[in-house]
Design a protein around this ligand. Structure first.
Ligand code: NAI
Length: 258
């Protein structure tokens, strides 16, 4: 048996929501491990900053601006990978929005907005990636970014939490649907991670109190770092996880173990 195989040398890796937070850390790590990264986001300026950073670190990245809730945009993201590099080996469905509200505060419009990005966007990314991977003999690996809120209930996540259950559900169903084709589908379930979005919560109504409470709720008594989630994503996407599919891996400082 060969040794531990975390490398991504020559593998074509799509990452959505790569301009910030967990997505940016993942794109940087996969590029650092030798991957040919296709970084996508609706924030073009953030993508340009990522590209400059990856280039300075000696890696390469191709950027595609687009919205994961729009089928034609997601198709363009995947087509770019296939046209430029001939294949798609890894897709990380990460783009998401994280609103905090209870069920009475949540309007039908807010529900639709979260479901459009975190639900429909995740579905479209998986769908388009699998359409490309199914034609490859070597299959592929998808990693969906769910959340502890996609595994267990939390207060004030009346729309976001159910949208994250979509990520968990897609992971399990698609894993079974595509296992025989050599396509693995796994998810990470991060606890609260110190990304731009979470730092910004401090300035929102109830946000500071929410963060203090949630930080204490992690047995490791701290928030996670984007790089810690990126490491788990890279493992699930790598050949080292070749017999793992349909798994939802907590990256949560023990939150879900309670
Ligand atoms: P972030 O806000 O720092 O980064 C999200 C990125 O997604 C941004 O660059 C944003 O422009 C992009 N994005 C948003 N909507 C998009 C759309 N419709 N099309 C294309 N790009 C879009 O957020 P963060 O914290 O890095 O979150 C990333 C993922 O991790 C999300 O799916 C989130 O639900 C999940 N997550 C985050 C946790 C946290 O505590 N930060 C905890 C658990 C899960």
């Amino acid at each position: 048996m060969s040794g531990y195989e975390p490398g991504f040398q020559g593998r074509v890796c799509l990452v959505t929501g790569a301009a910030s937070g967990i997505g940016r850390a993942t794109a940087r790590l996969l590029a650092d491990l030798g991957g040919q990264v296709v970084a996508t986001d609706r924030n073009g300026g953030g993508l340009a900053a990522l590209a400059a950073q990856v280039t300075a670190e000696g890696g390469t990245v191709t950027c595609v601006e687009g919205d994961v809730s729009r089928p034609q945009d997601v198709q363009r993201m995947v087509d770019t990978a296939v046209k430029e590099f001939g294949r798609l080996d890894v897709a990380v469905a990460n783009a998401g929005i994280l609103p905090l509200s209870d069920v009475l505060e949540t309007t039908p419009e807010q529900w639709d907005e979260v479901m459009a990005v975190d639900g429909r966007g995740m579905f479209l990314t998986c769908r388009q990636a699998i359409a490309a991977m199914r034609t490859q003999e070597s299959g592929g690996a998808l990693v969906c970014v769910s959340s502890v809120s996609g595994v267990a209930g939390q207060a004030r996540q009346a729309a976001y939490g159910p949208a994250k259950f979509v990520a968990t559900g897609l992971t399990k169903h698609l894993a079974v649907e595509w296992a025989a084709h050599g396509i693995r589908v796994n998810a990470v379930a991060p606890g609260t991670i110190r990304t731009e979005r979470v730092i910004a919560l401090r300035d929102e109504p109830g946000g500071r109190q929410y963060l203090e409470t949630v930080s204490r709720a992690h047995p490791m008594n701290r928030l996670g770092e984007p790089e810690e989630v990126a490491q788990a994503i890279a493992f699930l996407a790598s050949p080292a996880a070749s017999f793992i599919t349909g798994a939802v891996l907590p990256v949560d400082g023990g939150y879900l173990a309670q």
